[in-house]
Design a protein around this ligand. Structure first.
Ligand code: MUC
Ligand code: MG
Length: 367
């Protein structure tokens, strides 16, 4: 089966509650729907969420690189020639969301062709994941209220709290408020998106440790090389690299340099194929992983879920799978449903989801 065309559809769906964090804020999901068409009539789909504040991509750059570079290179290739596809994608630096959407749309096609869920083809370890919810910047009572609402409505008991603000005390007050609201049963961890200096982070970690956090992510920039190394060495919990380790080589450097002891895997930036490389590399090096969230809608979340549930190591910790709940609408015909704090992998072939064409018509920006 051969690739005949790669279609890109820009769309915009507003958030009811914008996500704010140390390196930026997202008010509207301005993403690109990517569809890979084939000569046997099957079409694979995936989402590309541009994140200019982290990777420099925009909606226009995703569309441009697919239309001008990747599309012409890949049309005519067999959908199973993954190594050849990646060899061609690799010739162009950067553009992680564009490359990843193509990769995952191809896995969707292959799953449909074989009549098997992509998650089973990737590893088939389990059929659901525990959900972790990200709490963006707000006041201590509002963030604690949101956590309680997520627990009471969806059974979620794992929360990633965004930190990295100044004064540092504001974030520590939030963490304390969330812990007091949820009690010891909840799992809490923090993500600084590089907002603090190493010494601010080291001081904060002493208080955060007393609150029983389980992970610390990107509390300071990895480019603060020696400070970061000292922080990671003294960190009482696994220190997660997210935006500083987005390729297999960066992951190796990060772990060997002592810039992190755990890795966030985001299918939005490493697709399924590269995410597997990162996952297996982490297993080989003895580093834990967490399935991260690129502020995904439901289509992106399904991809994170499919990959996370496919392997023992990626499903061990709760995956960040719930922030689509803050969007005002979405594109799937059958919405995802979190219950009992878990999300089930759709059991249908490929990604197991379909795009609602009426909704796409409403939100697309190219017509
Ligand atoms: C995260 O883990 O950092 C915020 C920015 C981004 O690129 O992803 C989110 C979540
Ligand atoms: Mg992060």
């Amino acid at each position: 089966m051969k690739i005949t065309a790669i279609e890109t559809v820009p769309y915009a769906i507003p958030y009811t509650k914008p996500l704010r964090f140390a390196s930026g804020a997202v008010h509207t999901a301005e993403h690109v729907l990517v569809r890979v068409h084939t000569d046997e009539g099957l079409t694979g789909v995936a989402d590309a969420p541009p994140r200019p504040f982290t990777y420099g991509e925009t909606q226009a750059s995703v569309i441009g690189v697919i239309e001008k570079v990747f599309g012409p290179q890949l049309v005519g290739l067999d959908v199973l020639a993954r190594e050849r596809v990646h060899g061609l994608l690799h010739r162009t630096v950067g553009n992680p969301a564009a490359k990843s959407a193509i990769d995952m749309a191809l896995w969707d096609v292959v799953g449909q062709a074989l009549g098997q869920p992509a998650s089973r083809l990737l590893g088939g370890y389990t059929d659901r994941m525990r959900v972790s919810h990200m709490l963006g910047f707000d006041s201590p009572p509002r963030m604690a209220d949101e956590a309680e609402r997520m627990r009471d409505t969806y059974g979620i008991t794992v929360f990633k709290i965004k930190v990295g603000r100044h004064p540092v005390r504001d974030d520590l007050d939030v963490c304390r408020a969330v812990r007091e609201a949820l009690g010891d049963a909840a799992e809490l961890y923090v993500d600084g998106n590089r907002g603090w200096t190493p010494s601010e982070a080291a001081a904060a970690l002493r208080e955060l440790d007393a609150l029983g956090i389980t992970l610390a992510e990107e509390l300071c920039p990895a480019d603060d090389v020696l400070g970061r190394r000292r922080l990671v060495r003294d960190c009482p919990v696994p220190f997660v690299a997210d935006e500083s380790a987005t390729t297999p080589a960066e992951v190796t450097r990060s772990l060997l340099d002592g810039a992190a002891t755990a890795i966030s895997i985001k299918t939005a930036r490493t697709g399924f194929t590269q995410s597997q490389r990162v996952l297996f590399q982490c297993e080989g090096m003895g580093a834990e992983v967490v399935m991260g969230n690129q502020i995904d809608g439901q289509l992106g979340t399904v991809c994170t879920l499919a990959f996370g549930a496919a392997h023992a190591a990626s499903s061990r910790r709760a995956g960040e799978l719930s922030n689509y709940l803050d969007m005002s609408d979405d594109l799937l015909t059958a919405p995802l449903r979190i219950s009992g704090g878990t999300l089930a992998v759709p059991g249908l072939p490929g990604l197991g989801v379909a795009v609602d064409e009426d909704k796409l018509g409403r939100y697309r920006q190219d017509q």
